[in-house]
Each structure stands twice: as structure tokens, then as C-alpha cells.
Design a protein around this ligand. Sequence first.
Ligand code: PMP
Length: 361
Amino acid sequence: MARAHNFNAGPAGLPLPALERAQRELIDFEGTGMSIMEHSHRGKAYEAVHNEAIALTRELLGVPDDYYVLFLQGGASLQFAQVPMNFLPAGKSADYVITGGWSEKAYQEAQRLGTVRVAATTEVNKAYTRIPRQDELKLDPDAAYVHMTSNNTLFGTQWHWLPDTGKVPLISDMSSDIMWRKVDVAKHALIYAGAQKNIGPSGVVLVLARKEYVDNARKDIPTILRYATHAANNSLYNTPPTFGIYLLRNVLAYTKEIGGLDEVERRNRKKGDLLYTAIDENADFFRAPVAKDSRSYMNIVFRLPTEELEKKFVSEATKAGMIGLAGHRSTGGIRASLYNAVPYESVSKLVDFMKSFAKQG
Ligand code: PMP
């Protein structure tokens, strides 16, 4: 069987050893005569998997003890609403830094629930090609929180530094770059990430949140939407997506095995540098619209001289076994997502293909 060279933006490729482990354990999990999916979420077998997934998250990311690690549902999109519901009380306002389509959505959702401000936007003609500078952030010192998106999946920009928000809690949507490398969790009040790009299948959302922040959040919202509810119940308030969390456990166990996030970062930088170099070295044919200091290592976006050539590029690449290269429907162009599980060999194959395509084009 040949595995595809998978450049999908999410759901995305998962590490083969994590999938093979699931395959081995699928119908008989650890000699119990049933799959992990068929176990009670309150039984010993599942509980061990659940707690291992939490422990691995803590270990890999260096999550401080005064932070909760939660597994929730509803996608990152539910977080767009859940964050303001918990942390934006009447009489307060929240700051949003808009750097792409997803942060725009987060802002719009919060707008439905309370008072919000745009602290900065880098939008020009509906496109976002850079991350703002600190001196461009018009931060409200009394804001309930500042919301940012650490990596912009559609436009291929990424923050390579953390904004200084003073005493105002920082909340970050890390859906498309969680665990691409270590991050200073303690500088955030809350981090959320849909699992389906770097750490597992869709259906699981990882939340890291400062305990004190969660414990003092609003209580006048539905029980299931309170982070405090999930924290008090170790993410077992209701039935969690057990198979998704199990697979996430497999991915994190494998991530630890290969050397943790330092090794993950080294590999990701090597892959990203290879692809950006190929674009820059063929600048008469390929064009990277993103400002150099804002380039994403997860979603690498580039254009060809014409949309026709872009279509041909995607279709020929697909025939050659490289899938998921079409840009987002709202942006067009080419987008190669190089998440953690994309092997160097896939990027190297793409680069060879790009070089020969540029010659013939
Ligand atoms: N935020 C970011 C940065 C994303 O990339 C995505 C999905 N691609 C979302 C939020 C929405 O995630 P979901 O589909 O899990 O709700």
C-alpha cells in the first residue's frame, strides 16, 4: 500500500505508527475483547487512555500545574462562542486581533454575545499577508481578554512572537499550529485548538486554561458551556469522543517517542525552509504573497503566474500522488499544509515536482 503525500489543511495526515497502533488494537484493546470505542467512558480501560492523553499533553507542552488540560467537542468554532460566554461579562469589552478568516469569525461570534473591539487588523482588500507589529496593537488596558490566532490556516501567516498584553489575559486559537513547537503556555490565560491538524482526528478540541481564570469565569451560562464544568469532571462531564481522544493519545505517545517538541520543531523548520527556498529560488514563476517575517511553517501559500497554471499544477500534482494542494476556496492559489505528520520526503517530492513544473511552464 502506498500512503498518499497528504498536504490537506485539516483534517490532515496522522503519523503512520499512531494509525498502525490503532489498527492493531482496533477490535481487541489490550486483551479486553472489545475496541476502546466499545468501552464505557467511566471504565478503567478508557480512563487510563484519557489520563495518559492529558499527561502527555502536559509533558510535551510543559503545561504548568496551575493550568487545566481539557478535551472538549464542537470544534474550534464552538470555542469562538464559548470564550466570550465564559469570559466576557456585561460592562466589559474584549480585544480581537484580526489576522485572517478564522480570527474574523471568532470576532463576529463574540460580537453576538458582548462588546468587542478590533485591536488590530492586517486586512487589505480581503487578504491578510502579515502579522501586525506590537506597536500596531491598540490594546484596551481594561479589556476582559485579547484574542489572537497563532497561525492563519487560510492565508499562511504565523505569529513568531507573543504580543505583550500587559495585565490583560491572552487567549489564542492554536488550531493550526498547536504542538508544532513548544510554546510559553504561562503567557496565555487560555489556548484552544481543534485536534485535526497536528494532534489527532476531528471531533476533539484541546483546551489549556489557567485555573484561576476558569474558576472566576461567568456562571450564568449553560452548564455544558462552562469550562469550569469540564475542569471539575476531568473532561468526563458527559460522554467524550473516546475514540478521538484515544487516537490523540497515540499521536502524542509517538510524538514523545521521536523526541518531543524540540525534534518536531526541527523537522518542521527543515520542511518549511525547503519549500520556501524552492519558491524564492524560482521567484519568476512562484510568488509567496506573505511577508517574510510572517511566513507560516504549517500552511505555505504561493501563487503561479496564472489561475490556469494553478489548476494544472494541482491536477498534475494529484496525479503524481500529492493531494490537498489547492488553496482555500476563498483565496485560491496553492496551499501546502506541512503539519507535524507530513514527512520530509513528501515535501522533497513536492519541491522536485515544482522545479520541473516551473521549467515546463
Ligand atoms: N481556527 C482555525 C485557525 C482553523 O484553522 C479552523 C479550521 N480549519 C477553525 C478555527 C475551525 O475549526 P473547526 O472546524 O474545528 O470548528
